[in-house]
Design a protein around this ligand. Sequence first.
Ligand code: AN7
Length: 367
Amino acid sequence: MHYTGLVNRYRSRLPFAPEVRAVTLNEGNTPLIELVNIPKRAGFEGRILVKFEGLNPTGSFKDRGMTAAVTQAVHEGSKAIICASTGNTSAAAAAYAARAGITAFVLIPDGKIALGKLAQAVVHGAVVVQIQGNFDDGMRLVKEVAQTTPVAIVNSINPYRLQGQKTAAFEIIEALGRAPDYHCLPVGNAGNISAYWMGYKEATGQRATASMGGYSLEAFSNNLPKMAGYQAAGAAPFLRGGRVANPETVATAIRIGDPQSWDHAWAAQKESGGWFDECTDAEILATQRLLAEQEGVWCEPASATSLCGALRDIKSGKIVQGATVVCTLTGNGLKDPDIVIQAGLKGLVQVAAERGAVEQAIVSQLR
Ligand code: AN7
């Protein structure tokens, strides 16, 4: 039973005819990991599960959208794709373009991009255009140059992106046998929260069966989750009621002031009875550390925003006791090791290369 990626697995629910060949790196099918220590510590009697999208081929959820967008671009005969990115979209675009044998042009903000993501764009052979501006400037420029040059935009304004990303909701329903009561996400450009909501809604409407090798998987749910979207406080247009001119946050992935899926995301919030909220940089980093230390799961800072907001709303009772909560962890912690190292090398013990010294270091640290 060889898994060959989400386009093949969910083709009956995606806008791809049977003869369209998928450009795939076998993305999707990511683990839904139940937290065992953090809920106990928080006095929560429900369940918290994390959808660890950092285990996709390029280390983020962007691979779901990119397989779909590049599959369609190649099907239409495109020879080049373009995106603006805070890092993860460009990493995914670079890898899928390499896979398809086409060119990727990626516009990234000057400086404010995690090193691992920049390295990904470079190693996969993308043309990296570093602009003296932020993501929102890049997005505007991409839209402009795509009108005069033969490049297909693969940002989430490309509808195939959200189509691919909605499949994460199907996987969660398959794993739980139903939709969760709450679904918590970090929100930047707001494409992902829109995509999940689309997926959940589609799974309540139709009893389609997805096939994976010889398996049949039925992603069907009678219930819908409340969608909770969390933003970094310095880049929180959904909390400010409009565009933020100079977004700033340590969570560089969501350093976005002018979200492209504004209307879709508001609809997801309203229709689901959910909400938006914001987390400070300090809270985000503390949650990233908590998750890594208490559960063995290392996500990047932006991703920790989902759990950060969820834990606060559990504490306040906004998320009710006994509920099933899913938090999407959008990207892998390995993308941005600097952020951890900068905070200090906690746990580092330097000793002489002698048996006695090493034994002493062990004995003093046992718990
Ligand atoms: C780890 O790569 O926008 O709300 O250009 O990388 O769907 O935008 C990244 C976004 C959350 C926000 N977590 O998702 C980009 C980019 C991580 C991310 C988001 C991003 P959206």
